[in-house]
Design a protein around this ligand. Structure first.
Ligand code: SF4
Ligand code: FES
Length: 210
C-alpha cells in the first residue's frame, strides 16, 4: 500500500468535521471523499471543472470573514472552515435554480432538482419555454477532452449561444458514442443527438460507430 505523505495534506474542516485534502484537491473532491453530498450539474470527474452552473456553492469561513465559493474549483487551505448547507448556501442555490428554471424550463431534471429546494417558479424571464439546455458545456468538454473528436461546440454568443456542430449540419467527426448524452445533466442532449451525428447507417469510412 502506498504511504500518504501527511505533511502534504491540507487540514481544514467541512461542516465542523476535520477534513484533509491532498494537494490539488478541491473542496468538492474532499467532500466527496468524506461522503458529504454537494449538488453539482456541470461537474464530471473525467473533465476539467468549468464552474458553469454555480450549484455546487459552499460557504468558506476564515476568522471574521466568510464568502460563497464554487466548490468544484475552490482549493481548500489550512484552517478554512467550509459549510456545505448553511442558510446562505441554500439561498444562493435557490437563486441559481431559479435562473436555471428560466434558462431551461423544459428540463424535467432541473424541475425535479429545483423542487427539492422548494423552488417551483422563477422570477427571471423565460426566453424559450421549450428549452432544455442549460448551456453548461459539459457535453462539449467530454466530447473534446475524453472522446477527443470535438464534434460539438458552444456556438454564438449571449442569448444566441447554443450547443451545435460546425455550420449546424451533422458532423462526420461524431462517432455516435453517446458520451454527450450520458453526461448531460438536463436531458437536452438526447434530443440533439440526431442533429449532431446524422444518419449513422448511411455513413462509410472512418468515424463510424459500426
Ligand atoms: S446539452 Fe446538456 S451537457 Fe450540453 S450544454 Fe446543454 S445542458 Fe450542458
Ligand atoms: S458543479 Fe461546480 S459550478 Fe457546476
Amino acid at each position: 500500500m502506498k504511504e500518504i505523505d501527511t505533511k502534504k495534506l491540507i487540514n481544514f474542516s467541512i461542516n465542523g468535521t476535520p477534513a484533509q485534502a491532498k494537494e490539488g484537491w478541491t473542496v468538492l473532491d474532499t467532500a466527496r471523499n468524506m461522503g458529504i453530498h454537494i449538488p453539482t450539474l456541470c461537474h464530471h470527474e473525467a473533465v476539467e471543472p468549468s464552474g458553469a452552473c454555480r450549484l455546487c456553492v459552499v460557504e468558506a469561513r476564515d476568522g471574521a470573514w466568510s464568502k460563497v465559493v464554487v466548490s468544484c474549483m475552490y482549493p481548500p487551505y489550512e484552517g478554512v472552515e467550509i459549510l456545505t448547507d448553511s442558510e446562505r448556501v441554500k439561498n444562493v442555490r435557490r437563486w441559481v435554480l431559479e435562473m436555471l428554471l428560466a434558462q431551461c424550463p423544459a428540463s424535467r431534471e432541473i424541475k425535479a432538482l429545483a423542487a427539492e429546494y422548494g423552488v417551483k417558479s422563477t422570477r427571471f424571464r423565460i426566453k424559450n419555454p421549450e428549452e432544455q439546455c442549460m448551456l453548461c458545456g459539459l457535453c462539449v468538454r467530454v466530447c473534446a477532452e475524453v472522446v477527443g473528436v470535438q464534434a460539438i461546440s458552444l456556438g454564438s454568443r449571449g442569448v444566441l449561444k447554443h450547443v451545435s456542430t460546425p455550420y449546424m449540419v451533422p458532423n462526420r467527426a461524431c462517432i455516435a458514442c453517446g458520451s454527450c448524452v450520458t453526461v448531460c445533466p438536463t436531458g437536452a442532449m438526447q434530443a440533439r443527438l440526431d442533429k449532431v451525428r446524422g444518419d449513422v447507417s448511411q455513413r462509410t469510412g472512418h468515424g463510424f460507430a459500426h
